[in-house]
Write a protein that binds this ligand. Structure first.
Ligand code: TYD
Ligand code: MG
Length: 477
């Protein structure tokens, strides 16, 4: 029974309700609910009509396959941009759909124009559909990027159906970029471009066409203030890979981060620099996340985490600042790390190693604007905190990794060898790590309990008057 009533769709998470409200009950976003009139699926699923229709259909059973099939590995097409290929898990997959999210102005169109140029220069057919910029604007940018002669098919259009028809009409098409999905509209859906219904319908039309034609599809999605791809969080489920392009547009560095990838590691990372000639790859990102370390005087409250991101090791400096005890309620702020993990680390340092953090302001920050997600970052954060409190530097040539348990034990991390190899390659000579890590060149201090870490740092020279003295005796011997 088709009802002509409206439905109310949250533009943030896509949940549907029967009435308008100021706040979405599903995702708690404010002012995100928009009325959509007369969409086809207003009839309740399982209604009498649907049941009757289903009874009439004689659906054949599924044709089953076996797990042990001879499926060849997915052939990959290089974009000519090594860092993008890496974030994609090794290049573009035929028929795969990728969503590239990022703030306006961060460089999504630039990156993709360079990728289109790269694929075209590899001798493949590519198409760029822009609903945001004019042909002249795109040509001007291509010229600046040195791609004026690349064979990239251009269209300024906002019809998803026309773009899908283009995909179907060009069977040899290797890559099509839609910039952006929020400007597209699909026939038969009444809501405005950018609404959840439009974005979902347009994406569906395009993804289906790309799968049928074996073309790789990249959808650009704008990101809202709170960091979600605007409207279509639903889109994340429809595509094979989700990449985010991040960074401070006032700075030059950009990080390309995979948050989902059906064809590769989900936490892959690529690093770029925005130059006058477009985006340049940064092949050695560890150097970027290590604040200026060479030739600097020893400082307290800084420790290097030997991390692992995607398929490669990544060294990152973690910095901490600890205040004197104050009667006001202490401030805890953290940038680039999880605040719950900071609270846990402080609690472990306090109750397992007797360090007095309570009543003090504590600040923790990760260099280079990176967000650390690995549990193995605990030990480096703890080292920075202990160093800041004790006013003693962390041994300058040292890297750290290890996950802190509430018991005070430190647990090993996967990929120990590549972490240590990267540290050695970047000139470090020591590592303070748990487990039985081995390295031919690095001197390894084994840290299996948190008090070992405190001992290590307490043995370093004092740089300033200590903030507190009552606990030091425990580690002086
Ligand atoms: P753009 O790719 O248009 O961003 P998005 O598509 O994510 O909105 O990038 C726009 C910014 O990049 C703009 O501020 C200018 C800058 N830029 C450069 O610095 N160098 C270049 O070669 C290009 C093409 C852009
Ligand atoms: Mg753009």
């Amino acid at each position: 029974m088709a009802r002509s009533s409206s439905r109310y769709v949250c533009q943030s998470c896509g949940s549907v309700s029967g009435r308008w409200s100021g706040k979405c009950e599903a995702c708690e976003a404010w002012n995100s609910i928009v009325e959509e009139v007369g969409t086809a699926s207003a009839a309740p699923i399982g209604g009498t009509k649907a049941t009757a229709a289903r009874a009439k259909l004689r659906t054949p059973p599924l044709a089953l396959e076996q797990l042990t099939g001879g499926t060849p590995p997915q052939p990959r097409t290089s974009t000519g941009i090594h860092e993008l290929d890496r974030a994609l898990g090794g290049g573009l997959v035929a028929g795969g759909a990728v969503l590239l999210g990022g703030d306006p102005g961060i460089g999504k169109s630039t990156l993709l124009l360079q990728a289109l140029g790269g694929v075209a220069n590899g001798g493949h057919e590519v198409v760029y559909v822009s609903g945001e910029e004019g042909i002249d604007q795109i040509r001007g940018r291509a010229e600046r990027l040195g791609l004026a002669n690349a064979a990239v098919g251009l269209a300024t259009a906002t019809s998803a159906d026309a773009a899908a028809a283009t995909i179907k009409a060009n069977r040899g098409l290797k890559l099509i970029v839609i910039d952006s999905i929020q400007t597209m509209y699909a026939e038969g859906v009444e809501s405005a471009p950018g609404s959840v219904a439009q974005v979902r319908a347009s994406a569906q039309v395009l993804i289906t066409a790309a799968k049928q034609s074996n073309a790789a599809l990249i959808l650009v999605g704008h990101v809202t203030k709170d960091g979600a791809i605007a409207g279509p969080r639903v889109l994340e489920h429809m595509v094979d890979a989700v990449l985010y392009f991040e960074g401070d547009s006032s700075q030059h560095y950009r990080i390309l981060r995979a948050v989902k990838n059906r064809f590769g590691p989900a936490d892959a990372l690529g690093v770029f620099e925005m130059t006058g000639l477009g985006l340049k790859e940064v092949p050695n990102p560890s150097t970027l996340f290590l604040a200026e370390r060479q030739d600097r005087d020893p400082v307290t409250g800084a420790a290097v985490f030997a991390g692992f991101r995607g398929a490669r090791p990544l060294l990152v400096e973690v910095q901490a600042l600890v205040g004197n005890p104050s009667p006001a309620s202490p401030r805890r702020a953290v940038v680039g790390w999880d605040s719950a993990r900071l609270a846990m680390t402080l609690a472990v340092l306090e109750s397992r190693a007797g360090l007095p953090f309570s009543g003090r302001d504590v600040f923790l920050s990760v260099a280079g604007g990176l967000k650390l997600e690995e549990p193995a970052a605990d030990l480096a954060a703890a080292a920075a905190l202990v160093s800041a409190l004790l006013e003693r530097p962390v041994p300058n040539e040292s890297v750290f990794y290890g996950e802190l348990a509430l018991s005070g034990e430190v647990r090993p991390a996967p990929q120990a060898k590549s972490r240590l190899d990267e540290a050695e390659r970047l000139g470090f000579s020591e590592a303070a790590v748990p487990g039985d890590a081995k390295s031919s060149k690095l001197r390894i201090t084994k840290i299996n309990r948190i008090d070992k870490l405190v001992q290590l740092i307490a043995a370093q020279p004092l740089l300033k008057a200590p903030k507190t003295s009552d606990w030091t005796d425990r580690y002086d011997d």
